[in-house]
Design a protein around this ligand. Structure first.
Ligand code: ATR
Length: 275
């Protein structure tokens, strides 16, 4: 049986085994996909042990994605720009290939939802690891991105990081509040801050929300996220949390390992029923 696993800390609540088992069932692939809890200073030890003992592919989650990047011998372009690795595959020549499927998973979900096209103006809230992980596929798709962040310097840093691929704008929070009837209209607002984890919402003006704006939260929960609730309260009609992204990023990992793309639409519907 082919061995796969997700590595993280904490790991108890990871949905990856459920999703990958649904993919395996659907495609008729026999695999064993488990969760592996990794003590904070033990990542290299655990991952080496796994691949030494027959592991074929791994997903890496918080807080080990940077260490996974350092661990790999070969890095895909999208993982290079993300700066972190969430998927590892052992190659035929026993090299570790590191990929990042978060950004492409998000793009696919946004396409499924019809929230995006190649000329979309996106307001990206947040400038941490989650934001960096999704920018590359979005700009490659053609979208214009404006980054807004609580700490302006972090927004500037992220914009500079992608400067050689495409010009991304960044705005000070105050500017977004001042330019209330500005000429830029955002088609899509993505919350990539970690504020939802603590039940908070980023500080943005409600004037940018209306019934035509798509609002997406990378975060997901059984209940509606605080950010999406706030969007609805200010007139948004088209909203989504990150559950579809979670399934799509898993599908791209599955594809890297098996060369088969699962039918994610069925899985997203099924998965939503489980929750
Ligand atoms: P992640 O890897 O999940 O992106 P991170 O690198 O710690 O986590 O970044 C968290 C992001 O959420 C940052 O953009 C952070 O803003 P700062 O750069 O100002 O720290 C943002 N963030 C976290 N809590 C927030 C809050 N309550 N309001 C607004 N932004 C918040």
């Amino acid at each position: 049986m082919k061995l796969f696993a997700v590595f993280g800390n904490p790991i108890k609540h990871s949905q990856s085994p459920i999703i990958h088992n649904l993919f395996a069932k659907q495609t008729g692939i026999l695999q064993n996909y488990t969760k592996i809890y990794v003590p904070i200073n033990n990542f290299y030890e655990k991952i080496f042990y796994f691949f030494k003992n027959g592991g074929i592919g791994a997903n890496i989650t918080t807080p080990f994605k940077k260490e996974a990047y350092k661990f790999c011998n070969i890095i895909t372009t999208r993982a290079k720009y993300a700066g972190v690795v969430n998927t590892i595959k052992i190659t035929n020549s026993k090299k570790f290939l590191g990929d990042n499927t978060d950004g492409i998973g998000l793009l696919k979900d946004l396409q499924n939802l019809k929230f995006i096209n190649s000329t979309s103006n996106i307001l990206l809230i947040g400038a941490g690891g989650a934001a960096q992980g999704i920018i590359y596929p979005l700009i490659k798709f053609g979208c214009n991105i404006t980054v807004i962040n609580r700490t302006y310097q972090n927004a500037k840093n992220i914009v500079e990081y992608f400067n050689n691929i495409k010009k991304i704008n960044c705005l000070k929070l105050e500017d977004l509040f001042i330019n209330l009837d500005n000429t830029i209209k955002y088609n899509l607002i993505i919350n990539a801050t970690s504020s939802s984890i603590k039940g908070n919402i980023p500080n943005i003006p409600s004037s940018i929300i209306n019934q035509d704006v798509f609002c997406y939260d990378l975060f997901y929960n059984i209940k509606i996220t605080p950010f999406l609730k706030w969007c609805i309260n200010h007139g948004a009609k088209k909203i989504s949390d990150g559950i579809g992204m979670l399934i799509e990023q898993a599908a791209y990992s599955f594809y890297l390992w098996h060369g088969i793309m699962p039918n994610t639409k069925i899985i997203i519907q099924k998965y939503k029923k489980y929750n």
